[in-house]
Design a binder for this molecule. Sequence first.
Ligand SMILES: [Zn+2]
Length: 348
Amino acid sequence: MFLARDPDLGSIMTDLHDTLLTLDTHIDIPWPDRNDAWASSSPRQVDVHKAAKGGLRAVCLAAYIPQTSRDAEGHDAAWDRVQAMLKVINGLGGRHDALSAKVCRTASDIRKAANTPGTLAIMPAVENGHAIGGDPSRIALLARDYGVRYMTLTHNGHNALADAAIPRADLGDDPTLHGGLSALGREAIGEMNRHGILVDVSHTSKATMMQAVAQSSTPVVASHSCARALCDHPRNLDDEQLDLLKATGGLIQITAMGSFLKKGGGGTLTDLARHVSYVAKRIGIEHVGVSSDFDGGGGIEGWQDASETPAVTRALLAEGFDEKQIAAIWGGNMLRLLENAEQASSRG
Ligand SMILES: [Zn+2]
C-alpha cells in the first residue's frame, strides 16, 4: 500500500504538486474584514496571491462565530455576524491581472474552477452551529443565499445544538449540557442533510460526534482535527471515532495545529504526515485528508501560510504515499463527501 521511503523527492515532487487538486478544507477569514484578500502582500496566511504561489487550488473559507450566551441577545448577534461574514466570503470572487477566484457551490464547480489555471475555487462554510441563533429553519438560507457547504455543530463551548469537546467555564459551561446532541441539534442535522450542508464534527464532544454520525443521512466530516491515539488532545478523534467514520463513509482532515499534532505543542509537517498515515492504516486512505486552520490559529514549521503548500505534498511523499493516495488526501475524499451530500439533497 505504501511506497518505500525515498529521501530524494525533488523531481517527482515538482511534477506531482502542480497536477493535484489541492483543497484546504479549513481556513478562517480575518474579522472584521480588512478588504485584503486580493492584496499583493497581506498579513493573512491565505490570500489569492499566496494560494497561487503555493499551488493551492481550492479553499473552504469559514465564517467563524465565537460562542457567546445561549439567549436571544447572543443568538441575534451570532446570526447577524454569520451573514455579514458570508457576504464577505461570497464577494471574494473576481479577476485581477492574471489571477481569478470563483465562489463555488458544488463539487463540480470546485473541480472546474480549480482546474482552470490561475483560478482559486472558494467554498463557503460556517464554524459553530451557534450561528443559526437556535433556529434550524435558517439553515435553508445559509445554503440558498450564501452557498454554505459545511457547518461545524459547535466551536469551543456548548451551544443550543450540541456539547463541545472543550466547554467554556467562562460562559458557565458544565462538562456536559445535553449529553451530546439536543433535540434542536437533531433537527438542525436533518435540515443540513436536506440542503446539502455537510455535518462537521470538529470541535464537538465525543458523544455529540457519535450521535451526529448516527443522525446524519450522509457521511460526516471532521474538517480540522487530528488522531487522539498519537496526541491526546480533546479536539482530536480517538480510535473508536475513527472506526465509526470508516463504517459510515466519513472523513477526518488532519490539521496543521501544533498542539493537536504533538503533546505539548510544536508538531511538525512530519507529525502531520504521521497522523495521516496512522488514520490511513487504521481506517483506509479514503477517510483522511488535510487542512491548515490558517488565519484561525493553524500553521506549523514549514507550512506557515498558503505559499508553502508544496511542503505538504513533499511531506506526504516522504511518508510513503503514492500519487493516487496523495490526490485523495488533498481533495478527492472531500469532494466525494460533497457529492454525496448533493445527491442526498436532490433526492430530497
Ligand atoms: Zn476551529
